[in-house]
Design a protein around this ligand. Structure first.
Ligand code: AMP
Ligand code: FE
Ligand code: FE
Ligand code: ZN
Length: 280
C-alpha cells in the first residue's frame, strides 16, 4: 500500500535535516509522496522537489503558516502552492522579518534575566530566514545555559514564561485566501494540539479545504474525533508526522503514514479548482 507524510520540516525553518537528508529518510521508509511544510517559508521546496525526483517520490510543495482566529493561534498548512507566487512570497517575507525581530526580543528578555545569550549565536545556529523559539532553545543548550530543550521551553519560552514574546500573526482568514490565490489548498494543522474546535466553523466559512486528522501527537481517539469533524463539514483529511529532524532524539518521520487515497482526494480538489479558475 502506498502512503504519504504531509507534514515535515527542514533546516529552512526549525527542523534539523537538509531537504536531501529528509528525502533520504522518506525513501528508506518507503513513502510514495511527501510534502514539505516549513514554517512561514517555501525556500526548501526546490531542493526537496529535486531530491524527490531522484528518489522517485512524489513531492508536494507547502508551508505552515502561523495564523490566528478569534484570539486563538492556529497553524494553517498550505499544499500545492505555486512557490513563485509573488503575493505569497511577499507576505511570508514580512513574517520572516517578524520572526527575526522576535529573536532579538527574546534574547533581550533572557539577558534581563541575567542569561548571557547573544542574538548572533541564535542567528548563526538557525542560519535561515524563518527562525523561531526552537532555535533560541537550541542556542541555550549549545552555550550550556540550560540543560535541555524542554527545560528551555518550560522555564523561558512557553507562553506566559518570561522570555515568551507574542508573534504578530496573520488572520487565519487571510492565510486561507493567500493560499488559494497561490493555487493551493488550506488545511488546519494538528487541531488536537491546541484543542481549538470552536474556530473550525469560522475557518470552514472562510474556505478551509481540509483538516489534519492524523498527527504524531493525535492519539487514535483524537484522530477519530477529527475524522468525524471532517465528515461533518465536508473537509479533506490529511496527516503527517510533523518531523523536526534530530532536535529531540529519534526523528518522527515514519510515525504517521497517510494512506494514499487521502492524497488523491487533495489532488482532485486542486485540479477541479484550477479548472474552475484557469487564471487563478
Ligand atoms: P515559534 O514558531 O517560534 O513560536 O515556535 C514554535 C515551534 O516551537 C513549534 O513549531 C515547535 O516546533 C516548537 N516547540 C513548541 N513547544 C516545544 C517544546 N516544548 N519543545 C521543543 N519544541 C517546541
Ligand atoms: Fe516547528
Ligand atoms: Fe505547527
Ligand atoms: Zn509543523
Amino acid at each position: 500500500m502506498k502512503f504519504a507524510d504531509l507534514h515535515l520540516h527542514t533546516f529552512f525553518s526549525d527542523g534539523t535535516f537538509t531537504p536531501e537528508e529528509l528525502v533520504e529518510r522518506a525513501h528508506a521508509i518507503g513513502f510514495a509522496a511527501i510534502a514539505l511544510t516549513d514554517h512561514d517559508t517555501v525556500e526548501g521546496c526546490a531542493r526537496a522537489a529535486a531530491a524527490c525526483a531522484r528518489a522517485d517520490i512524489e513531492f508536494i510543495s507547502g508551508t505552515e503558516l502561523t495564523a490566528e482566529h478569534a484570539d486563538t493561534e492556529v497553524h494553517i498548512l498550505a499544499y500545492f502552492v505555486n512557490t513563485q507566487n509573488q503575493a505569497l512570497l511577499t507576505r511570508i517575507a514580512g513574517f520572516q522579518s517578524v520572526r527575526q525581530s522576535r529573536i532579538r526580543e527574546m534574547v533581550a528578555a533572557l539577558n534581563k534575566l541575567g542569561i548571557p545569550l547573544k542574538a548572533e549565536s541564535v542567528f548563526e545556529l538557525a542560519n535561515c530566514k524563518s527562525p523561531g523559539r526552537p532555535h533560541v532553545a537550541r542556542a541555550l543548550v549549545k552555550e550550556k545555559l540550560i540543560g535541555n530543550l524542554d527545560e528551555a521551553f518550560e522555564r523561558y519560552l512557553k507562553k506566559g514564561r518570561p522570555a515568551w514574546i507574542p508573534k504578530t500573526k496573520m488572520s487565519a482568514l487571510e492565510s486561507v485566501e493567500l493560499i488559494h490565490q497561490a493555487g493551493g489548498l488550506a488545511v488546519m494543522a494538528h487541531p488536537g494540539l491546541n484543542r481549538t474546535d470552536e474556530v473550525i466553523p469560522g475557518l470552514v466559512d472562510a474556505g478551509l479545504d481540509g483538516i489534519e486528522c492524523f498527527h504524531t501527537k493525535h492519539p487514535r481517539a483524537t484522530a477519530e474525533h477529527y475524522l468525524q469533524i471532517a465528515r461533518q463539514y465536508g473537509l479533506l483529511v490529511t496527516g503527517g508526522s510533523d518531523c523536526h529532524g534530530l532536535s529531540k532524539g529519534r526523528p518522527l518521520i515514519g510515525t504517521v503514514r497517510l494512506p494514499f487515497h487521502y492524497l488523491e482526494k487533495l489532488k482532485t480538489k486542486v485540479v477541479q479548482r484550477k479548472a474552475a479558475k484557469p487564471n487563478g
